[in-house]
Design a binder for this molecule. Structure first.
Ligand code: 13P
Length: 215
């Protein structure tokens, strides 16, 4: 089976999204790009039933390379994001706080410094029906210079050079949105970080990795 490792990784990511409560039912989708091939979760399959064989492989125009099932309805979105960014993997979910916040703001301000993980204020892509090229264009625009975006009346998306990176950002995105929602719910003014403070955060995050102490 071609891209067997990647197909296994897509299955694991889908099932982990469900385990973490980031999706309900068959919501969400996951893909990985390897060269001019994309392994993407199939449409409308219950995650507990998902196997690597059910994850299809398509080319960058969406043509089937090796697939038994209809691909995710968001294949056009995934392909547009691969074309429009340098991403190597994409995770799309319908997590509650991310989805709720996308209904009331056009951009998530930098109220928590974790916004820096996404490259700055997280944009909300305007609504368009799921599976459409219009949604793909809106999300692609919202992702410019960012590793995550919200999708109005729909959910959230994260991207990264690897599936490990894209997936690891999902809980952080949900957390940032949850904090902003809770702060807004108090009715008080929400403190945000200015550009200079965020520049310092971006700088600090560059070295936020496990580091051995030399002695
Ligand atoms: P698929 O099952 O077709 O991937 O659709 C789920 C979804 O979240 C659409 O945005």
């Amino acid at each position: 089976m071609i891209l067997e490792e990647e197909r296994r990784a897509v299955v694991r990511a889908c099932q982990d999204m469900q385990r973490l409560g980031l999706v309900v039912g068959t919501a969400g989708n996951v893909s990985m790009r390897v060269g001019d091939r994309v392994a993407i979760s199939p449409s409308a399959v219950e995650y507990q039933d998902l196997t690597p064989e059910m994850v299809g492989v398509h080319d960058l125009d969406g043509a089937v390379v090796d697939a038994a099932l209809k691909p995710s309805s968001e294949l056009p979105l995934h392909l547009a994001v691969y074309r429009g960014t340098g991403a190597g993997a994409i995770t799309h979910n319908h997590a509650p706080a991310s989805t709720a916040l996308g209904l009331v703001v056009d951009e998530v301000p930098c109220s928590h410094y974790y916004s820096g993980m996404f490259g700055g204020p997280i944009r909300v892509a305007p609504y368009a029906r799921f599976g459409t090229d219009e949604l793909a264009d809106n999300v692609c625009a919202a992702l410019q210079g960012r590793l995550g975006a919200l999708m109005a009346n729909h959910g959230a998306i994260t991207i990264g050079p690897s599936l490990t990176k894209a997936f690891s950002l999902l809980p952080y995105l949900e957390y940032v949105c949850e904090i902003q929602l809770r702060a807004m719910a108090t009715g008080a003014a929400v403190k945000t970080l200015d550009e200079a403070q965020m520049a310092q955060v971006l700088d600090g995050l560059k070295t936020y990795v496990p580091t051995r102490i030399d002695r």
